[in-house]
Design a protein around this ligand. Structure first.
Ligand code: ADP
Ligand code: TRP
Length: 334
């Protein structure tokens, strides 16, 4: 079987409120890819995977719905892309078993993701260890060809390629039962947090999407800057506020801001970090205003979110069943 079309797929962990790093590092590309490959984008909320680290049922349910709302609010078009819960397609766990039987222990033992999680104190369960097998099943069951991921997930996609090859060699009799996917690393892969480190939920340095008004100003006000007094020249390249402004402003607007930094003046008035922060808060507020309004609407209409999740899962299951049948027949289970 050779892929004649591009099918995009990614799984997203339902964990807390998404932030600017998640948007510019992942979500934005997902939405753009869905527009570029209408009908061929499969996005799912990785709730099976979330169970390896999240043990609170209410929290998982709430995080799952919030993630679905986030994608829809930010503009994912549910007529062009599928958005579903991983667990609504239980066939993936069956394929994961078939893959597990052809996957060497050594392959999983080399996984950086597993080692990183142990270091962060996550309990070493069998589920955490075999996480990459379920992830491979997620990708392979939909015949996905392109998997947009962050850097930390590249190895998992490479392991998926290996599992597809092993499975094809074992059961394919010269045919490609499973398609080998490729990963795609997003371009804007580094968003700075309020403390100057990489923005991440685990560092508590995030600017959450959908924040506005006073709370947003307060969070932006907390961005770490040096103690240059108002009126003295500032270096934009060493400023955490400027690093974030770059995500929002076009080249001419950025050049004007650089000039304000260098001269410490704007329109004849002094310009300092406080002014840069206000500008950033305005940019965030403005850019996400339509998404905030759509999210409010979806909060009032949870049935609309649920309908998208269900409809998408039904369509995803059709693709999943076809692959699973093909594989089960090849293994002698049919
Ligand atoms: P967190 O670090 O907040 O837990 P995740 O690890 O769940 O975020 O990341 C989800 C997605 O968002 C990944 O694709 C990841 O690459 C992207 N992402 C997260 N933080 C950033 C960041 N600071 N800059 C760019 N992309 C990011
Ligand atoms: N492991 C991914 C993450 O933590 C989530 C995920 C699960 C995924 N299944 C996937 C990503 C399949 C891409 C394809 O971000």
């Amino acid at each position: 079987m050779t892929a004649l079309r591009t099918r995009v797929l990614s799984g997203i962990q339902p964990s807390g409120t998404k932030h600017l790093g998640n948007y510019f590092g992942a979500i934005k590309q997902h939405i753009e890819l869905a527009a570029s490959f209408p009908g061929e984008a499969y996005y799912f909320i990785a709730d099976f995977h979330a169970l390896t680290t999240l043990r609170d049922a209410d929290e998982l349910r709430a995080a799952t719905l919030e993630l679905a709302r986030t994608y829809l609010a930010l503009g994912l078009d549910p007529d062009k892309a599928l958005l579903f819960r991983q667990s609504d397609v239980p066939e993936v766990t069956e394929l994961a078993w078939l893959l597990a039987t052809v996957t060497g222990m050594g392959l999983l033992e080399r996984a950086h993701g597993y080692k990183d999680k142990l270091q962060r104190g996550v309990k070493p369960t069998v589920g955490l260890f075999t996480y990459p097998v379920l992830m491979a099943a997620d990708i392979l069951i939909y015949d996905a060809t392109l998997v947009p991921v962050g850097k930390d997930q590249i190895q998992h996609v490479e392991m998926t390629q290996d599992m597809a090859t092993h499975f094809n060699e074992t059961y394919g009799m010269g045919k490609e039962l499973l398609l080998r996917p490729e990963f795609r690393l997003s371009e804007a892969s580094y968003v700075t947090g309020t403390d100057g480190q990489k923005m991440s939920t685990s560092y508590g340095n995030t600017l959450p999407l959908f924040e506005s008004g006073k709370r947003l100003k307060k969070l932006v006000g907390g961005i770490v800057t040096d103690s240059t007094p108002l009126g003295e020249a500032l270096d934009p390249e060493r400023c955490n506020v400027y690093a974030l402004l770059k995500l929002f402003l076009d080249a001419p607007a950025l050049e004007r801001v650089r000039e304000h930094y260098r001269t410490a003046r704007r329109d004849g008035e002094p310009f300092g970090y406080g002014h840069a922060k206000l500008l950033l808060a305005e940019c965030i507020e403005r850019q996400f205003a339509p998404a905030r309004a759509r999210r409010e609407h979806l909060l009032q209409h949870p049935e609309e979110v649920e309908a998208v999740l269900r409809r998408s899962a039904e369509r995803a299951r059709i693709a999943a069943r076809a692959t699973l049948e093909r594989c089960k027949t090849a293994c002698g289970l049919r």
